[in-house]
Design a protein around this ligand. Sequence first.
Ligand SMILES: [Zn+2]
Length: 85
Amino acid sequence: MKYLLVLAVLVIAWLVWRSGRERERDRARDEAAAAARPSPAPAPALPQDMVRCPVCALHLPRPDAVPGASGRLYCSADHRRDGGN
Ligand SMILES: [Zn+2]
């Protein structure tokens, strides 16, 4: 009877040890999966509206253009002056 009690304690200890190991293994696997998962790529920049300078034919983003009096857009103040504005 005494040996049966010792055996029961050993079996319980083994079960506790095994469940702890499984929990540790699951946690390690989840961490590895999270590390292997690629981080989301940064969103690409939105396309910008491009305009063409009527003097030098340079294409530039609309926010960077210099507006002339006639509504035309130039690459610089010098070209706005050369363009007759
Ligand atoms: Zn220009």
